[in-house]
Write a protein that binds this ligand. Structure first.
Ligand SMILES: Nc1nc2c(c(=O)[nH]1)N[C@H]1C(S)=C(S)[C@@H](COP(=O)(O)O)O[C@H]1N2
Ligand SMILES: [Mo]
Length: 202
């Protein structure tokens, strides 16, 4: 397992190559895929936490989260089940902005993203800090629908879409990598679509 992000993954050296990753088929539909059921959610009880290896663990209510500085990002979706969907317009809060507010400790190397019902996914901290990675609450100018992650999902454009956790509630910064739900169930730890990192070898 390679814990260092590849040099080509850094914003300083954007990936050169085709827009459509190998083995993918373009679609204009937006399939719904997840394990388990769509959670019922009461916004009055919703919160988002950033904790673990941070100086000041934060907990935002929905109102507080909505008051954070916002960004718009247009990005492509690449699902491991071989569909890709171009030009998705997301709006929300940059993951880097949210983490910065909690004060990232130098020992933090990985992030465990926690969603409703115990779902998790893991990413190198550097992957979460890349431009274009955001905590999104709208898609195409409309609030997310429940099945696509309302009220809030992570969007990580440069990884297969299972890393883009729906119904996100917590980002935990940790010193060492820890495979998440799909990563424990046969999916690749790194999930780079241009390297076709679909499934793990173990
Ligand atoms: N909380 C949660 N998020 C999840 C999943 C899940 O099972 N639970 N599945 C992932 C997978 S495998 C995919 S392909 C995408 C699908 O997102 P979509 O339904 O919006 O297309 O969500 C990802 N996020
Ligand atoms: Mo998936």
């Amino acid at each position: 397992m390679n814990s260092e992000p590849a040099p080509a993954d850094t914003p300083e050296s954007p990936r050169q190559g085709p827009r459509l990753p190998p083995g993918q088929v373009l679609t204009e539909k937006w399939p719904v895929l997840h394990h388990g059921s769509v959670p019922k959610m009461d916004l009055a009880r919703w919160d988002l936490r950033v904790d673990g290896l941070v100086a000041d663990p934060v907990r935002w209510t929905w109102e507080e989260f909505r008051a954070l500085p916002r960004v718009q990002v247009r990005s492509d979706i690449h699902c491991v089940t071989r569909w890709s969907r171009y030009d998705n317009l997301w709006e929300g809060v940059a993951a880097a902005e949210a983490l910065r507010r909690a004060g990232i400790k130098p020992e933090a190397r990985f992030a465990i993203v926690h969603a409703e019902q115990g779902f998790t996914t893991n990413l190198p901290l550097t992957a979460l800090l890349e431009p274009g990675v955001l905590l999104a609450d709208t898609h195409g100018g409309e609030p997310l629908t429940p099945e696509h992650g309302w009220p809030l999902r992570l969007v990580v454009p440069r990884r297969y879409f299972w890393k883009s956790a729906k119904w996100v509630r917590r980002i935990e910064l940790v010193p060492a990598d820890r495979p998440g739900f799909w990563e424990q169930n046969g999916y690749h730890n790194d999930a780079d679509p241009w390297r076709e990192e679909r499934f793990s070898d173990w």
